[in-house]
Design a protein around this ligand. Sequence first.
Ligand code: ADP
Length: 843
Amino acid sequence: MNRIQRRCKINIVRDALKHNHDLREVYNENVGGVGVWSASWNIALSRDCGRRRMRDCGRRLYIFLSKFLRERLPGDGEASVEDFDGEDDDDDEDALDNFEDNTSDGGSDGYSITSAASSLTGRPATAQSAGRVGTKKDRSAALDRGTIRPMTASADVQIKPAFRFSLFNKIPPTLNFVSEGEKAEQLPWELRKLLKWKMSPITPIVVKVALARVGFRVTKRNHDWLGCFGKHMKAQCFKSMREYQMLNHFPGSFQIGRKDRLWRNLSRLQLQFGKAEFNFFPQTYVLPCDLKQLKRAWDEGNTKQKWIIKPPASARGIGIRVISKWTQIPRRRPVIVQKYLHRPYLINDSKFDMRIYVYVTSYDPLRIYVYDDGLARFASCKYSSSMKSLGNKFMHLTNYSVNKKNTEYTSNTDNTVCMGHKWSLKSLWNYLKRQGINTTLIWDNIRDLIIKTIISGDSAINSMTKSNCRSRYCCHELFGFDVLLDENLKPWILEVNISPSLHSNSPLDINIKGGLIKDMFNLAGMRIPDERDVSNNPPSGDFSAHRPVNKYCMDKRLFTNQLSPDERAKHAYFCQKHQDELAVHEVLRKPRLMLGFDPFPVQEHIQIMQSILDTLTPDDLRFLCESIDEDSRKGNFQRLFPTPHTHRYLRFFQAPRYYNLLLDQWVLRYNRMEQRGIMLLQSFCDEGVHLENPSTNPRHQWTPPNSSVTAFRSPDVRVLGSLTSLNSARGSGPTAPVRGPTKKAVGSGVKGSGSSSSLIQSSSSNSLTSLISSPQLHTPSPIGPISSPSSTPRETMTTRTQRSSYRPAPSTRRRHNATASLDRYKSDRGEQRRLASRRETFL
Ligand code: ADP
């Protein structure tokens, strides 16, 4: 919408207001459908008509504007890392003036929020919502004007609870975000006044609507906001965030959000783990650095090979071209050059790509969710592989921002039908199923691709988050994955958007993105802060000393980073053991190293890793409860990581992280018996163990396993010892790329520069021995089965019986677990069977 158009419409509105036209009638006659609110309209009008006047006219103005705003097409632009400013077709700076800070009256600014909300749904603001949040004067004035329907007209708005309660005792609830047609019940003013949001110029309407339903108001102050949904910030800016504030980005997420970084990270993993695991992204070169390699690949390739050039950090198809001549490659500006996937899967002869919404609630431990719906976006011109058509963007690019400019573009307002150039992902799956295609397999491959892509940026993002954020509570991020299917239905990742478009101008968009945002905020688990923290400047950094004022406010003890010495020792021990496990698996993956291999170490490593759950420290409990609670709020999201099937992904992490190992073992052990796991944690939380730091209860203090030095080293010694002898006999060493300290160890052991036992000494014992020599660790605490506290008075007879009935004798259970896990490993790898048969042949 250009300046002249805007000016013209403002004049129309002014004129209509001046002559007091019946705008409602105009609306009903001319629009009658979905109206859309716009940022630019709101801002321009508040400036031109005066805020007071605009407020007076409030709803009439909205209705009138809806007619004009319908002319705006739905947008699909993305925020890129560098390139978001400027006039976008999805003018997303709306309603800023509507979200004013007004602390004197809890409800006085709610009116404008509901106007934004109703503008999205296309329904006029209901009298109930207006009445609920507007001032008395506003309400009666509005009713006098007859522009607001009476209270009874809003009977269709359902009131839902304001909170979602934790499954565990002594864990405060999170705010409950509700769907369209619902509203969260109003909190008492003491709590409600703390619901403040920081607006950003790119906060989408769906987000504002979700916030309005919960009762958030806008603040311009820096310290009192609880959430912000906007642009990515520089990593250092995260330092100024307080522990109760939540931003929709992680520091460093451009590691996957920028095209050049994404390819660098994925290529690194491809080099390390091979194409069998990492072959879901087109070959890419980052110029000018990779010019020589590109030239080589270009010369070696087919003359008909097509390439696509893209700016490294742009979006919405800007600056993208499909090329076939070397001379077309820009030399001066940085670009990425990528192999063009010239045989895409076509529907109705048109190319399409998928927008998949991926949500990361935490990087340590890594927790990834995927939304069960998304978008399929079609090119608006039928596909041809002819060289002559390379310049046709409507054929080769699937971006909405590009294709809407084609007169042939047809929009689709229904999320259930396969029509026009935008479908819902669910409609796409239904369509493919009707063609007899196995969509489950495609979805599984997409899930695999997502996990690996997120892991590729994990290390950098994690360290930046650790060094810049005060609390793990502060960050969460919604990513938009663009995935293309080739003619064999293999998914390829094209890019990851760190600010996926959430513009919702049609019922299709509203349906998908509205639900997505609601579920996303529920998963995020927003909490009401302690008022003392908001007013204190700056609040105390010691979370363990915190005592919440009431049971609804955030308990900072749950987010403390402080570990007791035994917890630190436990972390170090299991991370090291995981490294050792990876070393063993590396051996298993290399058939030639398998000769004479004894499977015993595998079993033993499995047992060792399982023992991570034997003594649950307070810190363990906090993370386990958080993860389980979060999972219970996931709505239409599916958890991708960790699940009982994601153990194999642990090896792709640059370094093992304790919480990933803990959750991995938890989901493996309590797979299909989640209730038992929950009951166990509930019993600990009833005692308040999860709030202790450190625990005074010896049952929750970790001590290293008895005779750990020999018992736990033996498998490594056996494997590596046999390898050493085997390889010295053959005169060659294994080249297994094992990471971290173990890598060094394996290398040195095999090459004969040190014995295998010295290798184990160096890898396992040193760091651990120093850590565990802390006096706190000498409390005798037998390592054994999960230590459950004695039954509490609240515990029912049934609960006690259930618990005792599912806990076999420790030795039996260990045996059972080891066998079960071994089975899992076996079924996981058909490869192992092949290896076993080789071994037999050898013997
Ligand atoms: P942007 O961030 O500008 O949207 P993308 O990488 O998503 O950039 O590319 C835009 C469009 O170009 C994609 O939606 C897809 O249709 C097409 N495209 C991008 N890369 C390739 C590729 N390697 N092969 C085929 N088509 C591609």
